[in-house]
Design a protein around this ligand. Structure first.
Ligand code: HEC
Length: 164
């Protein structure tokens, strides 16, 4: 009897802890541990930001307009990710965290915006946005956590944007 009661108690505790964890991860900004994203699939692995775009203020401004819904009312990344990159919808990736965002190559970033993340609220945007528009969005989002940096494909890491 006592053993059974203890087992039930434990099961309840485990359940409460699981729910607590799930709720915790769902809070805007509370993303849980940093896990590297999967590598970009073959069709995206060789796609990169056009080199001269990294320091292009006009492209960055175009990206901002897309991100906040000014350019196209059907596209409003800020409605989930927040105007300043601080998530407003549960589970949306926080782009302000450099420790997380430096794990995304420009290809992975572009791939995710294009195809979305299965089984999440993040849908793919390739039917609504041209390649150029999606790169502009990468450029804009990069500024929240990795301002001034550019992806260096040779070194496979983010580096000083002015060196390229
Ligand atoms: C309806 C809400 C919503 C909208 C609108 C939205 N996102 Fe997301 N986005 C999410 C969520 C939720 C995630 C986290 C998915 C996950 O669990 O990996 C996410 C993740 C991401 C990621 C990271 C993917 C990864 O591998 O972790 C990128 C990049 C991204 N969004 C870009 C965008 C861009 C650009 C737009 C606008 C074109 C946009 N999002 C619009 C909800 C949204």
């Amino acid at each position: 009897m006592i053993v059974m009661a203890m087992k039930q108690g434990l099961a309840r505790m485990a359940l409460a802890m699981t729910i607590g964890l799930l709720v915790g991860c769902g809070e805007p900004g509370g993303e849980g541990p940093i896990v590297p994203p999967p590598p970009a699939p073959a069709e995206y692995a060789d796609k990169h930001m056009p080199a001269e775009w990294w320091n292009d203020a006009q492209k960055l401004e175009d990206g901002r307009k897309l991100f906040v819904g000014e350019a196209n009312p059907d596209v409003n990344c800020a409605s989930c990710h927040g105007k300043d990159g601080k998530p407003v919808k549960a589970g949306a990736t926080d782009f302000r965290n450099p420790e997380r965002m430096k794990l995304y190559s420009d290809s992975v970033w572009f791939w995710r915006i294009s195809e979305g993340v299965p089984n999440t609220k993040m849908k793919g945007w390739k039917s609504k946005l041209s390649d150029d528009d999606r790169w502009k969005l990468v450029l804009y989002e990069r500024n929240f956590g990795l301002a001034g940096k550019a992806w260096n494909e040779e070194r496979k890491q983010w580096g000083d944007g002015s060196l390229k």
